[in-house]
Ligand binder design. Structure first.
Ligand SMILES: Nc1ncnc2c1ncn2[C@@H]1O[C@H](COP(=O)(O)OP(=O)(O)OP(=O)(O)O)[C@@H](O)[C@H]1O
Length: 611
């Protein structure tokens, strides 16, 4: 595969006029000359980028990155990296050198301790970067696929999450199943082998044709033929579209097909060049030899530094340091540090003079418009901006993505629940069992509570048939001393709730509560019935107003040390009071005067109970 920087798109114009920008050719092969614009003497390269076209930016740029876990040994140290748009960038390095850590920072899973990562010119996690989101397809090293789903369901889920339409998902799925040689789409992920799961994971990262594809060791456990076809597909994605691929692999030789190789060791980047440039520079035929040489050099360098006891600033040899200031053309147009960030690759110049070209970028660029090359003769060549509307743009044009995401999650959770019947039953039955248990234990009213009674009225409420009183009219208007309103009230108390005990005095009754013998006592005043009748307008021999009020109140003293029981008792007493008045209305119809009867009927609204 051609290196992107050797791509015709970045060639100089055949006969460039001074200070002109020539946009020559799109990397995807659409041979089309674009407009020419004059660069006036005082115009900077930055001006051109901001005015002439949507200038390109790096897919990922990492600057001065530092990362360590739990304040332990640093995993990334002063790490610099640039991944130009439309390239395959292979990250090579020994196990534990920090590749996965770096990638997880790029997709926003982890955060750097220090330094910057920009994805499409923005910090990961921001809306503008689109990461995490549909702009990126990430295949993590640790597979995290829902084992309960089938391959088809998993692809559907991710497709919906990325806002794809049903036909897009279908089209993508049939291609990926075929291309990655996946088992039947109806197979459950949980029943697949490790290698098959890995291929499904690749498919999930590819389903939405992302602009940035980050693959952490995708070819582990994959047979050589499939490995070859995966790489061919990646190359195709990069050359035919605007996809950028970052891939980590331990199969060093397969990285030959990438555009740029970054070689890492101990959290630092030792080299960042095209494979061709590396092979030429080190005069070897195998990339493995280069990695070996660089690692040895690094080890020796470290040893020498330790020996000399010299502090090192750990600056990378590659990357931005060499192009912070550069003249463009014969005039004094300068790319200033911090204004336009540039990146120089040794293989950039077609004429063999590698210092000729630098690649510049700007945050104003629409992502994916390619890399702009600025040559030191003042000419800029860039890839064509316009291109066919891909699945990617189609997906972006879908507006109802939030609803789609919600739908995707609901469907996924529903399928997973249905596949875990035991769990489903547990979820639905546990609350029901809880409610039943609560009702059984604390839901019903307490029973057979011992209650003391102080009642000076003359009625035998402790005799066997005393509850029959509740069926008679308790008021005798001709002989009031025979009236037994208090007993009538007591007889209406729910039979199962209380066991009544006669108390001789308030003092005794209180003592029995304190000793825990009874749950409370109820006290009726002397002449309770006549006072109640006086209160409601009966024309009897009534005492003073205050005495009537005091003499028509029932006093309740309850043990509230058990709130549940105390509150229930209160409720029962008040309910009984209402029930009593209702019973008087029914039982005393025609036996006492209507005026008294109607007044007594108001009793529930003037409850005479003192708690
Ligand atoms: N969650 C974590 N907590 C503590 N240390 C971690 C954690 N994750 C990774 N490390 C450590 O950070 C270092 C870099 O790990 P990382 O996974 O990034 O390496 P790697 O280059 O991807 O390795 P490999 O090629 O084996 O996957 C290792 O020493 C590892 O032990």
């Amino acid at each position: 595969m051609n290196n992107t920087f050797d791509n015709p798109a970045f060639e100089k114009s055949p006969s460039p006029s001074e200070h002109s920008i020539t946009v020559t050719k799109e990397p995807n092969g659409d041979n089309e000359d674009l407009e020419m614009e004059d660069l006036s003497d005082n115009q900077t390269v930055q001006d051109i980028f901001y005015t002439t076209c949507d200038p390109p930016i790096s897919a990922i740029s990492v600057r001065n990155a530092h990362k360590s876990y739990h304040k332990g040994t640093p995993v990334l140290t002063d790490f610099h990296m640039r991944v130009p748009i439309g390239t395959i960038y292979s990250l090579l390095g020994s196990s534990g050198c920090g590749k996965t850590t770096l990638l997880s920072c790029c997709v926003g899973i982890r955060k750097l301790d220090k330094g910057d990562i920009l994805v499409f010119g923005h910090k990961p996690g921001t809306k503008e970067s689109g990461v995490p989101g549909r702009r990126v397809g990430f295949m993590p090293q640790e597979l995290s696929i829902y084992n309960e789903l089938t391959i088809q369901e998993a692809l559907n889920f991710y497709g919906r999450i990325y806002g794809m339409k049903r036909d897009q998902i279908f089209e993508s799925t049939s291609f990926l199943v075929d291309f990655l040689d996946l088992p039947k789409a109806s197979r459950r992920v949980g029943s697949l082998s490790g290698g098959q799961k890995r291929r499904v994971s690749i498919a999930l990262a590819l389903i939405h044709d992302p602009e940035l594809l980050i693959l952490d060791e995708p070819t582990v456990g994959v047979d050589p033929l499939l490995r070859e076809s995966i790489w061919n597909h990646l190359v195709k994605l990069v050359t035919s579209g605007r996809t950028t691929v970052i891939i980590t692999t331990h199969y060093i030789e397969e990285a030959r097909q990438s555009n740029v190789i970054g070689i890492m060791r101990n959290g630092r980047l030792l080299a960042e060049k095209s494979p061709e440039a590396l092979l030429i520079e080190y005069k070897v035929t195998l990339l493995e030899d280069i990695v070996l040489t660089l690692c040895r050099q690094d080890r020796e360098e470290k040893k020498r530094q330790r020996d000399d006891n010299v502090e090192t600033s750990a600056k990378t040899e590659w990357g931005l340091s060499s192009i912070t200031k550069r003249k463009i053309g014969s005039e004094s147009t300068i790319v200033e540090e911090g204004t336009i960030v540039g990146l120089r690759y040794e293989s950039a110049g077609k004429n063999g003079n590698n210092d000729d070209a630098i690649f510049v970028e700007s945050p104003k660029l629409r992502p994916g418009t390619g890399v702009l090359a600025v040559h030191n003769n003042g000419h800029i060549s860039a890839p064509l901006k316009q291109r066919r509307l891909s699945t990617r743009e189609n997906i972006r044009m879908n507006h109802s993505t939030q609803i789609q995401k919600l739908t995707a999650l609901l469907i996924k959770n529903f399928i997973i629940l249905m596949r875990n019947i035991g769990f489903l039953i547990f979820i639905f039955f546990v609350p029901a069992i809880q409610v039943i248990l609560i009702c059984l234990t604390i839901g019903s009213d307490p029973k057979s509570l011992l209650l003391g009674v102080i009642n000076p009225e003359n009625c035998d409420y402790l005799s066997k048939n005393w509850r029959d009183i509740g069926k008679e009219c308790p008021i005798d208007t001709d002989a009031l001393e025979n009236s037994t309103l208090s007993c009538f009230y007591l007889s209406n108390l729910p039979e199962e709730s209380y066991i009544l005990e006669k108390e001789t005095s308030e003092f005794n009754a209180l003592q029995r509560i304190q000793k825990g013998y009874t749950y409370g006592y109820i006290e009726f005043p002397r002449d309770y019935t006549s006072n109640v009748l006086c209160k409601f307008g009966g024309k009897f021999d009534c005492p003073s107003h205050d005495e009537v009020i005091a003499g028509s109140n029932i006093i309740l003293e309850l043990d509230m040390s058990n709130k549940q029981i105390g509150q229930t008792m209160k409720r029962i007493f008040v309910d009984t009071y209402a029930k009593t008045t209702e019973a008087i209305k029914t039982n005393c119809q025609g036996k006492i005067k209507d005026t008294i009867l109607s007044s007594v009927a108001d009793l529930p609204y003037t409850v005479g109970i003192i708690l």
